[in-house]
Design a protein around this ligand. Sequence first.
Ligand SMILES: *[C@@H]1O[C@H](CO)[C@@H](O)[C@H](O)[C@H]1NC(C)=O
Ligand SMILES: *[C@@H]1O[C@H](CO)[C@@H](O)[C@H](O)[C@H]1NC(C)=O
Ligand SMILES: *[C@@H]1O[C@H](CO)[C@@H](O)[C@H](O)[C@H]1NC(C)=O
Ligand SMILES: *[C@@H]1O[C@H](CO)[C@@H](O)[C@H](O)[C@H]1NC(C)=O
Ligand SMILES: *[C@@H]1O[C@H](CO)[C@@H](O)[C@H](O)[C@H]1NC(C)=O
Ligand SMILES: *[C@@H]1O[C@H](CO)[C@@H](O)[C@H](O)[C@H]1NC(C)=O
Length: 446
Amino acid sequence: MSRMALLALLSTLLALSAVRAEDPYLFFTWNVTYGTIAPLGVPQQAILINGQFPGPNINSTTNNNIVLNVFNNLDEPFLLTWNGIQQRKNSWQDGMPGTNCPIPPGTNYTYHFQVKDQIGSFFYFPSLGMHRAAGGFGGLRINSRLLIPVPFDDPADDYTVLIGDWYTKSHKVLAGILDAGRSIGNPAGVLMNGLSDDPPLFTMEAGKTYRYRICNVGLKLSLNFRIQGHLMKLVEMDGSHTVQNDYESLDVHVGQCLSVLVTANQEPKDYYMVASTRFTKYMRTATGVARYAGSKVPPSPELPAGPVGWAWSFNQWRSFRWNLTASAARPNPQGSYHYGSINITRTIKLASSVGLVNGKRRFGLNGVSHVDSPTPLKLAEYYGISGKVFKYDSIGDEPPASGASITVAPNVLNATYRDYIEIILENPERSIQCYHLDGYSFFAAG
Ligand SMILES: *[C@@H]1O[C@H](CO)[C@@H](O)[C@H](O)[C@H]1NC(C)=O
Ligand SMILES: *[C@@H]1O[C@H](CO)[C@@H](O)[C@H](O)[C@H]1NC(C)=O
Ligand SMILES: *[C@@H]1O[C@H](CO)[C@@H](O)[C@H](O)[C@H]1NC(C)=O
Ligand SMILES: *[C@@H]1O[C@H](CO)[C@@H](O)[C@H](O)[C@H]1NC(C)=O
Ligand SMILES: *[C@@H]1O[C@H](CO)[C@@H](O)[C@H](O)[C@H]1NC(C)=O
Ligand SMILES: *[C@@H]1O[C@H](CO)[C@@H](O)[C@H](O)[C@H]1NC(C)=O
C-alpha cells in the first residue's frame, strides 16, 4: 500500500472511530461582568458570570465535552481555570497564564475540554491577579456514567455548598495593598454560596438522603463545616471515592472539595449549616439553613461548636482513605495503586518566603517570585523560543538558606515525562499557604 493510501485509510479509520466514540457535548455561553453585591452588608464590586455570584454550576458526566464561550466584559484580562480537571489532552485550555493567553477585555474565547476519565466534585475560578477575591467561581461536578456503579445509593438531591473567606475590598484595592508592600490582612467574613446570613439554601424531605458537595473557594483560610444535629458521611474527596466514615464536622482547606451524604433523620425543622475559620486567633463564621420540606420552625439559635487546634485536623485527615475497590475511572500512568512501592525519581523541596521587591509585597518559592512572561510559557516552548522568554530551573530542588533575598522571574522547573516526583512544600511563614497544583488530580497522602 502506498504511503498516501495508508495515510488516507488511517485518517478514515480515525474519523470513523471519532464518530463512533463521540462523547456528548455540553455548550455554555458565559458573560463575565462587574456587578455590585453586598454579602457582608458593604456594597462592593464583584465579578459575576451571567449576572450570578457565585457563577453557575456546571453539571457534567464523565467524558463529556465541554464547550464554553466566555465573554470578558471586565476592564482587565481574564482567565478561568478548572480546578482538579486533569488537563492531559487539554493543557492549552487549563486557564492558567503559563499555558493560556488571557482573554483580553471586550473579547471572547471558547474553552473546549473533556472531563476525561474523572468523577467527583470540583470548582472553577479566575486565575489572574486577585480576581478570585471578587468572585467568578462556581461548582463543577462530574457524575459517573450510568454503567459505572457508584459506591452509594442515588441521593434524593445533590447540593453544592461553596464556602470561603471573604474581603469587602474589591480585587483592585487588594492588589493595590500588596503593590504598596502591605499585607491584605484578615478576611472580613466567611460566605456560604455567596451569602453570609442564614438564607434557607437547601430543602430536605424527612427520611431522605442528600449529597452535599462542600468546596472551599476562599483565598487562604481553612474552614470547618458542620450541620446542626446531623452526621455527614464522607463519600468522595477531590474526585476520589473514599472509605465512608461519619463525621460531626469536617475541615475543608482552600481548594478542596468534599462530598458527604446527609440523611434527614431528625425532627422536621430548620437546621443551621455552619462554616467557621480554623487556626486563626479571630473567628469568622457563615451560616445557612437546611430546611426540612414544609418546616416553619426556625433553627435552634445555638450553633454547634467547631473543633479547636491543629491536632484535631491532622487526626481527621488521617482518617480519610481512598476506597480503591470502588469503581471510578482513575488514570495512573505508573499503573499501580500502590504508591508506596513506586520508586521516587526526584524529590523537590519548595519553601515559601515573603518580602519586599521594589516596594511590592511578593511571595517567593525557593527564592524566586514568579512573574508571567508576556508570551505564555508553553507557547514559547511550542515555537522553540523559550530561551528568549524564560530560563528553566532558576531555582534548585532545595530551598536556599533562609533570609536569602527574593528575585522576580518566570519560575519554571524542568521535569521528565513519567518521572515519579515527590514534592515537599515547606512553609516557614506565620500564615497558611495554599498551592494550586494545576492540571493534576490528587489524593493528598499527608
Ligand atoms: C454581557 O453583559 C453586559 C452587561 O449586562 C451586556 O452589555 C452585554 O451585551 C452582554 N454580552 C453578552 C455577550 O451577552
Ligand atoms: C446533572 O446531570 C445528571 C446526569 O445527566 C442528571 O441526572 C441530574 O439531574 C443533573 N442535575 C442537575 C441539578 O441538573
Ligand atoms: C466568540 O463568540 C462568537 C459568537 O458566539 C463565536 O462565533 C466565536 O467563535 C467566539 N470566538 C472565540 C474566539 O471563541
Ligand atoms: C468501597 O467500595 C466498594 C464498592 O462499592 C464497597 O463494596 C465497599 O464497602 C467500600 N469500602 C469501604 C471500606 O467503604
Ligand atoms: C525500585 O527500586 C528497587 C531498587 O533499585 C528495585 O528493586 C525495584 O524493582 C524498583 N521498583 C519499581 C516498582 O520500579
Ligand atoms: C530537561 O531535563 C531533561 C532530562 O531530565 C533534559 O534532557 C533536557 O535537556 C532538560 N531541558 C531543559 C530545557 O533544561
